[in-house]
Design a protein around this ligand. Sequence first.
Ligand SMILES: [Zn+2]
Length: 423
Amino acid sequence: MSIVMKNIDTLAAVPPGPLAGPAMRDIPLIHDATLEIRYGKIGWFGPAADAPSRLEDEQTLDLRGATVIPGLIDAHTHVPFVGNRADEFARRIAGESYLSIMQAGGGIRVTTQAVREASEDQLVESNFHVLARMATRGVTTIECKSGYGLAPEHELKQLRAIAEMNKELPIELVPTYLGAHAVPAEYEGRPDEYIDRISAPELLRQIADEGLARFCDVFCDAGAFTVEQARRVLTRAAEVGLRPKLHADELEQIGASRLAGELHAVSADHLEKIDDAGIAALRDAGTIGVLLPGTSFFLGIEHCDARRLIDAGLPVALATDYNPGSCMIESLPLVMNIACCQMHMLPTEVLAATTANAAAAIGEQHRIGAIQRGYDADVVVLAAPTLNEWFYTPGRQLVAAIAKRGELIWIPPSATEQAPPET
Ligand SMILES: [Zn+2]
């Protein structure tokens, strides 16, 4: 079964990632383009004038006035979770510190308590709709982390909820095990014992054997886990085939990005406090830097210096970091607008960071994140004639249609002026 998209005003023909330096900026933009979808894969694409005649008789979509991009990839989220911390949000805005909120019984421990009390079904029920809403913004692949159960059985429950939602949703979820997210209350002052528990070989083997995670992540920072602890967890995880990721250089510079380079991590995420040695380590190891400006926006703190990383030749991705404590932004396009307006990333760089480079940040750059013959036909149609027009209207929903593996999974009720339905 084929679909041919014709008269596309702008086709953003993003090449496969990872893209670094000028390659992030110089995304080929083809005007008056044709794109063929064949059996779920991308077929012929290019200027309409060059289209082969066999495409003339195929089922056609007239996309005059539209821009077509690869399906967006959110390479860092903390779905699934339950529990509401809106009161804490207001207290923080009023000036209370995260530490004092935590000492008063708030913070991540509230979420851990709620996740431990929830059943797997409840996790699925609460988070399914969040992921569906994220998808309506043009996102066809979402990385999801455990990390709120903070005990083997509850971490496994979170990972099983991700697997269940992956079966039910028309988009694709990529699971990451984040047992080393925080030290739970019952292990206060005994982080090494906790580390040994959540990186026990039999637990890691079970996660890998059951296909419950593809990556293992550690929050390696001041107040979280040390470089030595992170190295221990990630080395053990790599032995069973779980590839390393790191929450690195967010709060303080303790050498987390250098560790990411040493371990050839797939990605190092956050990087607000990265130093030159860290940038060099990531670049030399082929590690993707995942920036999370929604979090710095939500917390009202300084963004990562994206220009410095891009100019140094590091392939950069962008993600929401959707989580109950530091970023409740579901919309990847809103985060893309923040990157554009506040981090001085160009629209083409932002697109590269949420497609080709985001695919590389989850190890899938050979299959998704690009307009490339033979790649999965994950494509998004925007009701804007150019990429710049899309970025010019932050917060406006201009996604007109979404295809995942060539299947149309979402078309809004009346083109684009209406908000997407509450799914
Ligand atoms: Zn995170």
